[in-house]
Design a protein around this ligand. Structure first.
Ligand code: PMT
Length: 401
């Protein structure tokens, strides 16, 4: 399964001859749908020029710490926050030693120190350097600090010797990255997700809707797939593509969304309602385009069904997670909705201009009966993965079998 779509991978390149293989790694990551930022150490730039990596990643390469140009653009902290995962390939003995000692004397080591995402290190060095007790002690230290070591391989080395120390091949590194995003947290679970807006017609050419892009719900669907769930995604009109391997059901109105939800509900273990369902629809939809003769126009609206409330009232109530889109008093409004709609959890997000709706980023705090967790501000993909982890742990508590 390709888990790399839309993943943000920061590739660190140190000074070793294996750096030429990193070019193939970057090309492979991009082909699989990942976004890649490259950070080269000074030594790294001596082996392969930044221009090569820039051409492959489609982005400028970063190599300088505390330089006014780079800090004005994507500085070391922004890069650390941008990434979903960092892979250092090749990682030299010197760089591994810096990681082990928490040094931050260049851009790449500083990013690694500032990052709160998984870091994979693909060592590449002479066999004697690899076997040296100092290197082995450093490897143990960084592993115990949560960094994953991938490789090294065994075989002929550029220096003419043979033994352990070869950097893994690009495909092997890519597989390790792929595996890192996969989990079995929701193995065997059927997850039903709604996303995007609904559209309620006024006449044949006009409608009532909202700014939902579907991004949040689609990111949740991708994260559920990566956690090994079977995913059905019901979405209102959006202009983004659904993840591969979901059962995708496009709809237009709230009524259509509700009937598709109820078609699935008996087989659903977890229902996640990220859709921004239009609360009202027109009582009468005009057959012909309404002419603009008058200065004012009144539309009579009636309430749409509250899909999530109807799900939690149903005889087969799945574990139900809603979203609360709030412009004010986030926590109190979210907690009231949690209770009123009898959900198991609610993910509250502040919405407004450039916030929540139609943005790459979001801010989420999750509430349940006797607890809450602030997932902070991040890309929708990263928030979705953390939300799925939380849902899986709360779901397991309620369904210990
Ligand atoms: O799509 P994006 O651009 O990525 O934006 C994401 C988002 C802001 C739309 C998303 O994160 C979000 O907050 N979705 C829920 C928006 C919303 O309708 O919130 P609400 O507070 O009005 O509704 C509370 C819950 O009831 C939601 O789970 C909603 O799906 C559900 N609901 C609401 C009305 C209705 N008639 N039926 C429902 O099921």
């Amino acid at each position: 399964m390709n888990t790399l779509i839309n993943k943000r991978i920061l590739v660190g390149v140190c000074g070793g001859i294996a750096a030429y293989k990193t070019a193939y790694l970057i090309r492979g990551l991009i082909e699989s749908g990942a976004e890649v930022e490259v950070v080269q150490t000074h030594g790294g730039t001596q082996f392969v020029t930044p221009l090569t990596f820039q051409a492959l990643s489609g982005r400028p390469v970063h190599s300088r710490l505390l330089h006014h140009d780079s800090e004005a653009g994507m500085g070391h902290i922004s890069l650390a926050r941008w990434a979903d995962l960092i892979v250092v390939a090749p990682a030299t003995a010197h760089f591994i030693s810096k990681l082990a000692h928490g040094m931050a004397d260049d851009l790449l080591s500083t990013i690694c120190l500032a990052a709160d995402v998984p870091i994979l290190v693909a060592p590449a060095m002479n066999r004697q350097m690899w076997n040296n007790p100092a290197t082995q002690a450093n490897i143990q230290t960084i592993q115990s600090n949560g960094i994953s070591i991938i490789g090294p391989g065994v075989g002929d080395q550029a220096c003419g010797e043979s033994g352990p120390g070869r950097m893994l091949e690009p495909d092997e590194i890519k597989s390790s990255i792929n595996a890192h995003f996969r989990s079995s947290l929701l193995s065997g679970a059927n997850v039903l997700i709604t996303a995007g807006p609904t559209r309620e017609s006024i006449d044949p050419v006009r409608f009532i809707s909202n700014h939902s892009s579907g991004r949040m719900g689609f990111a949740v669907a991708q994260a559920a797939l990566e956690a090994d769930a079977r995913v059905t995604l019901i979405a209102g009109p959006v202009s983004i593509n659904p993840p591969d391997r979901v059962t995708y059901v496009p709809v237009t109105t709230a009524f259509e969304m509700q009937s598709e939800v109820f078609r699935e509900i008996e087989d659903t273990d977890i229902f996640i309602s990220a859709a921004a369902v239009a609360d009202y629809r027109c009582v009468d939809v005009a057959d012909q385009k309404i002419k603009k003769y008058e200065d004012n126009l009144s539309l009579q609206l009636e309430k749409n069904p509250d899909i999530i409330s109807n799900v939690t009232k149903s005889s087969h109530k799945p574990f139900t997670v809603g979203f609360a889109a709030e412009t004010d008093d986030l926590a109190n409004n979210a907690k009231s909705k949690l209770k009123a709609k009898k959900m198991d959890m609610i993910a509250a997000n502040p919405v407004g201009k450039d916030k929540g709706f139609d943005s790459e980023y979001n801010t989420i705090e999750v509430f349940w009966n006797d607890g809450h967790l602030n997932l902070g501000t991040s890309s929708k993909q990263k928030l979705a993965r953390n939300l799925i982890k939380l849902i899986a742990s709360r779901y397991d508590e309620k369904h210990p079998d």
